[in-house]
Design a protein around this ligand. Structure first.
Ligand code: ADP
Length: 456
């Protein structure tokens, strides 16, 4: 695998090599365009000073003088017109010198070998240790005509200050490389941790938490990741609980149906018992049917597959129709219903909202008390439509109020009534799709009031 770290290392080596090569070309260009000439001039100046020193010298031999010049850092070649020819100082790698250079200098002219040095050489001419890469000046010594060719001894020059500079450059490069690689490791480590954690999650293991404390973008990424993991853990827990609730809620009516169907098959049961058992089977089958419908509705609300169909409709008519639908049931339960309903046109999903009022109204009936009352109110303000459904029923404890919108939650006092515990969670989901809110206030033994606020 091409690890990030290896890519970083390769990129780093490439950049160093590239910058060295580019730097060399820049230095070479500068040398060829300006330094080369300046270098030549400077060396001619030095040679001319030697020439005047030599011409005024008495007593010290030419060879001795040249040897000390060689010792202080120059490579020297001296010739005369009567055949004298000697090298002093460091050795030249290439001792070829064009004849015209010798003739020119012995004739009294200056030879600018450094300035004229070939441009084609790949290596910077400054370093070329060749005899033709020198400057030559004429001088007279003991009435004889001499030629002095010289160039600085690069080897000697490099042995002092330059070696310090070279080691400075080298150590800077080495320390930078180590530093950058360390930095890269610090950057890559949390990414590796993130990758491992993601793999764990892919394998359904949500018990992972990243221990990355950074203030930068990677820190933010780790924080978002941890939040996502918490959310996934919660979803996983809810999913498992949902599945176990669904299985349980299907299991008990099925067991009842099975048991009572067996009893029905027995010969010795009375007509009365047969009637009772078939009634129970019918009730449990209805319960299963309601449960299935509610689950299907919840799933479609969850997956948003059921697209909202918003259309303006008469909300007041919808509420009155539902109240009328339950009139016989209200009478049966000896409940008194009253309402105050304003005419309101509302733009929403009519059939989904019907589920909301149906649920709230059937709850107000189911959890009511004998001779109880129900009050329904529909009012409209500038920004919202408010629906209130109040009952004088059994009420709820404050702790129960926090949970009534959870799927499958049923308060203990309600267990005796028919129900699935899904009604209010469906209500909550439908209202969320309408950006609406629902609040509840309740007192045990006194009653409950649900207030739905639909934005206009
Ligand atoms: P259920 O099918 O049990 O009615 P819901 O989701 O509609 O399920 O309601 C959840 C629980 O909230 C009920 O089981 C009941 O305990 C409580 N509840 C809902 N409405 C009322 C109400 N009007 N009065 C008292 N308790 C209520």
């Amino acid at each position: 695998m091409r690890t990030l770290y290896r890519q970083f290392l390769l990129a780093m080596l490439f950049i160093i090599t590239f910058s060295l090569v580019a730097g060399f070309f820049v230095a070479n260009y500068l040398y060829l365009t300006s330094s080369k000439e300046v270098n030549d001039e400077n060396n001619v100046k030095v040679a001319l000073e030697m020439k005047s020193a030599l011409e005024q010298m008495h007593g010290v031999g030419l060879d001795n003088y040249m040897t000390s010049i060689g010792n202080i850092g120059y490579q020297v070649y001296v010739i005369s017109d009567n055949g004298y020819e000697k090298f002093f100082g460091g050795k030249f790698q290439d001792t070829e010198l064009p004849d015209f250079a010798r003739e020119q200098v012995l004739a009294g002219d200056i030879y600018h070998g450094m300035k004229e040095f070939s441009d084609k050489t790949f290596m910077t001419g400054f370093f070329a240790n060749e005899l033709n890469n020198t400057v030559g000046v004429p001088f007279t010594y003991n009435d004889e005509q001499y030629g002095l060719f010289l160039r600085p001894n690069i080897k000697l020059m490099f042995s002092d200050v330059h070696s310090i500079l070279a080691s400075l450059l080298l150590s800077t490069i080495v320390i930078s490389v180590i530093g950058v690689l360390w930095m890269a490791k610090q950057l890559i480590r949390p990414i590796t941790q993130l990758t491992e954690a993601t793999q764990q999650i892919t394998n359904d293991n949500y018990n992972v938490s990243l221990d990355i404390n950074r203030q930068d973008e990677i820190g933010q990424l780790a924080e978002s990741f941890n939040t996502m993991v918490e959310q996934l853990q919660e979803n996983d827990r809810a999913r498992k609980e949902f599945i176990s609730n669904v299985s349980h809620d299907f299991q008990s009516p099925l067991l009842n149906i099975q048991g009572y169907a067996d009893l029905l098959g027995m010969k010795e049961i009375t007509e009365e018992e047969r009637f009772e058992y078939s009634g129970i089977i019918d009730k449990e089958a209805k319960r299963l049917s309601i449960l299935t419908k509610q689950l299907l509705l919840l799933t479609s609300l969850d997956q948003s597959t059921r697209m909202m169909r918003r259309e303006p409709f008469a909300l007041h008519e919808q509420l009155i129709t539902i109240i009328q639908k339950y009139r016989w049931r209200l009478e049966e339960l000896q409940l008194d219903i009253s309402y105050s309903i304003q005419p309101v046109e509302y733009n929403g999903d009519e059939s989904l909202l019907e589920n909301v009022w149906d649920n709230l109204l059937t709850n107000a009936m189911k959890y009511n008390q004998k001779n109880g009352t129900i009050f329904v109110e529909l009012a409209s303000s500038e920004s919202s439509v408010i629906v209130k459904i109040r009952d004088s029923g059994i009420g709820m404890e404050p702790a129960e109020l926090d949970r009534i919108f959870d799927r499958f939650y049923r308060a203990d006092d309600s267990r005796t009534k028919d129900g699935t515990g899904l009604g209010l969670s469906i209500v909550k989901d439908i209202l969320a799709l309408h950006d609406a809110t629902i609040t509840v206030s309740s007192k045990v033994g006194i009653g409950t009031e649900f207030v739905v606020t639909l934005p206009k």
